[in-house]
Design a protein. Structure first.
Lengths: 245, 499
């Protein structure tokens, strides 16, 4: 059944020198606990990633795993073990990942989020990649889990867009505590509002109010540095479907 | 006392054919030794036939529905037979099961007869129909599973039976009715249905109803669709018999049976900013007598009782049930194992029972700060939580049920074990639903899991448990000691030997 931790994985405060794991030697508690906690974090992140399947992911399971990640993150922050990674390391996204990330124009939301690595991508201009929103690769990396709650992104994910655990880690570590919220972008019920789709506000899901009109308003003032341009081919396809039905 | 009769086994043929009727001697299994909570004997074990092909024969009304085989890997064809819900109707005469393939199979209790007393308690196939088909949501590029999440019966008001069945997105009201007569003697058409030439008709006759072989038909009477963005986990018929509710991860809707194009949203816990989402609805149920009250449980281990008279949107609860956390048991998995997988009102309406990963709790509606009873289902798993998290078993949603008199509660576990707790005597028993252990003439033997140290002869050690064999769905007859236990694609029906 894989690794088994005696008595689950108990939380241990930094000052408390008691041995947490009953089966371990008393002197081994702290580093072993950190190792196990890290392992649990790794496992949780992989589980979140695997949510992108053919069928809509189980929201309850995702929420519980995400809450677990948050717990670990909070504790690691208190311990001081939550490291902040240098932005440069986040700049090695392959080009194909950049392309696939931008299909649904999520740059608007990412712009509105925290941008510790924004400096890396300043050199790019919106017009560099025609038809796509130009988002620096760092930002593409910053929210690999932003599609967690977004159902529409599963299309790109099923296209073979696999994020490695390393990249997820970098992303998490490059943010300040509380960045776990970045993991949860809005489930875009607004995506399926006729208004939202037809007016091209497909990617403007950060408002999360579920109303097409509100989504429209939210994107009316696009943040600087990026243009929210949805993939026109995608939009045509969506309209085609709507018209047919 | 003991009879030498073989157990009764059914085997199906294919999806289109009927299940074969019982043949040979039909007696339930019986034996000598007693056990724990009364003595339970196997009445019958019903197998779901392997689905060879799930090509839909019906015309697609919705152009978005596509052939199941397009999406499904055929090596998992048998996965469609996994039973996903079990429910007795209000009299216990009928037992409905839903499976992962979207089918509903209804069993009917064998009628009691003087010369075949031992057949009482057996259930035979009554009707089979395809309730839900797989669908493809083109906008999301996602498949909508046809798996039946819940079935709920309506109380019987005429000769026909009505039930609600739901998958992740759509609830359907089905009418199941019998036809045992057909009209014969039409004037304008002959017995085969061919039209007759009016010029050849010289006399007129009045058609009469003649008996025919019993035919059970299931027809969809209502389809309640497009009201849920998230996955439906519960449906509950109201005691007014006019409305029912459907609950998904974040919202609960109230429906009128007659109206399919509208529903009222009565609970909405979706945060304005989805990034703040930390809690979802896991189950919901109406109060059995008060048509204005219902409860819903959450992934954080809380239960809320709501009163629909208070406001249109019941976001503010009337009562909030939560047990304070035990600090000595705190771990990273505490929240996950506190998530409530099922909530059920007692028949009396005075209590609610909740199931979380390791326990079953009984709450008094008048006391919100803690449950009045807590029963450990499989506490030996507490030290294995990390492994169970790794293999996803920690997310398994077990259901729980009351018996007719609210004195015994039952829930499932792993290794095809299920547990019963007597609330009065405080005794409990672990039983197993498996063909290997159901010898003819044998009463179900109580099982025991050995936690550590020496393992006795009949005990099983924790590490030997089969976590792929889980009993998630069980049902208890409303008035008798007859239980239905779903183990993967097998349905076991057990009866109290005393009966």
């Amino acid at each position: 059944m894989g690794t088994m931790f005696a008595r689950g994985l108990k939380r241990k405060s930094a000052e408390d020198g008691e041995d947490v794991e009953g089966g371990l030697a008393g002197t081994q508690a702290t580093p072993s606990y950190s190792l196990q906690r890290q392992s649990l974090l790794d496992m949780s992140l992989v589980k979140l990633q695997l949510c992108h399947m053919l069928v809509e992911p189980n929201l309850c399971r995702s929420v519980l795993i995400a809450n677990t990640v948050r717990q670990i993150q909070e504790e690691m922050t208190q311990d001081g073990t939550w490291r902040v990674l240098a932005p440069q390391a986040a700049g090695r996204a392959p080009l194909d990942r950049l392309v696939s990330t931008e299909i649904l124009c999520r740059s608007v939301r990412e712009q509105e989020g925290e941008r510790p690595a924004a400096d890396v991508g300043d050199g790019r201009t919106p017009g560099l990649v025609p038809g796509l929103s130009a988002v620096p690769s760092a930002q593409a990396l910053r929210s690999p889990q932003s599609s967690l709650w977004e159902v529409d992104s599963s299309r790109e994910n099923r296209g073979g867009f696999q994020k490695s655990l390393d990249q997820i880690f970098e992303t998490l570590e490059s943010k300040t505590p509380g960045s776990v919220e970045e993991l949860f972008s809005d489930v875009d019920s607004s995506y399926y509002d006729l208004d939202a789709v037809l007016t091209g506000m497909v990617g403007s899901t950060q408002s999360g109010h579920g109303s097409g009109l509100q989504a429209f308003t939210a994107v009316a003032t696009p943040p600087p540095g990026s243009s929210c341009r949805s993939d026109l081919g995608e939009l045509d396809h969506a309209v085609e479907i709507l018209v047919e039905t | 006392m003991a009879r030498n009769h073989a157990g009764q086994f059914y085997s199906g043929f294919n999806r289109l054919g009927p299940w074969c009727s019982p043949s040979g001697s039909p007696a339930p299994l019986s034996c000598e030794t007693g056990c724990g909570e009364g003595s339970w004997i196997l009445v019958c074990r019903l197998l779901v036939p392997t689905q060879v092909s799930l090509l839909s024969m019906e015309e697609d009304i919705d152009t978005r529905k596509i052939n199941n085989s397009f999406l499904r890997d055929h090596s998992y064809a048998t996965e469609a037979d996994i039973i996903s819900t079990v429910e007795f109707n209000h009299t216990g005469e009928l037992l409905a099961t839903g499976d992962k393939g979207g089918r509903v199979v209804i069993f009917q209790r064998e009628q009691e007869s003087k010369n075949q007393v031992h057949r009482r308690g057996e259930y035979n196939v009554y009707s089979t129909f395809q309730s839900h088909e797989p669908e493809f949501d083109y906008l999301k590029s996602l498949e909508i599973e046809e798996k039946i999440n819940k079935i709920r019966w309506l109380p019987q008001q005429n000769a026909a039976y009505f039930l609600l069945s739901t998958n992740d997105k759509t609830v359907k009201l089905w009418k199941v009715s019998e036809r045992d007569k057909r009209p014969e003697g039409y004037n304008l058409k002959d017995e085969e249905g061919r039209l007759r030439d009016p010029a050849t008709i010289t006399t007129l006759r009045v058609p009469v109803l003649r008996p025919m072989d019993l035919m059970v038909e299931a027809t969809p009477r209502r389809v309640f669709a497009n009201a849920h963005t998230y996955h439906i986990n519960s449906i509950s018929v109201n005691s007014d018999y006019e409305t029912y509710m459907s609950a998904d991860d974040l919202r609960i809707n109230l429906w009128n049976f007659e109206i399919t194009n509208q529903s009222f949203n009565i609970v909405d816990i979706k945060p304005a900013n989805m990034e703040e989402l930390t809690e979802v609805i896991t189950a919901a149920e109406f109060h059995p007598h008060h048509c204005n009250s219902f409860v819903y449980s959450s992934s954080k281990g809380t239960i809320r009782l709501c009163d629909m008279r208070a406001s249109a949107l019941c976001d503010r609860h009337s009562k909030f049930f939560e047990e304070p956390e035990d600090p000595s048991n705190r771990s990273f998995f505490s929240e996950i194992i506190s998530s409530i997988s099922d909530v059920k009102f007692s028949h009396s309406g005075r209590y609610i029972m909740t199931r979380d990963y390791l326990t079953v709790k009984v709450w008094d509606l008048n006391m919100e700060n803690r449950p009045i009873e807590t029963y450990q289902v499989h506490d030996y798993l507490r030290s294995k939580l990390c492994s169970l998290y790794e293999n996803d078993c920690i997310f398994d949603k077990f259901e729980c049920v009351w018996n007719g008199s609210d004195s015994v509660i039952m829930t499932g576990s792993y290794n095809n074990f299920f547990r019963m707790f007597d609330r009065n005597t405080k005794r409990d028993v672990t039983l197993e639903a498996s063909r290997e252990n159901s010898k003819p003439r044998a009463i179900l033997k109580p099982r025991k899991v050995c936690v550590g140290g020496k393992r006795r002869k009949d005990e099983i050690s924790v590490d030997s448990l089969d976590f792929s064999k889980k009993i998630l769905h069980t049902a208890w007859h409303p008035s008798e000691n007859i239980i239905a236990v779903a183990a993967t694609n097998n349905l076991y029906i057990f009866q109290d030997k005393v009966n």
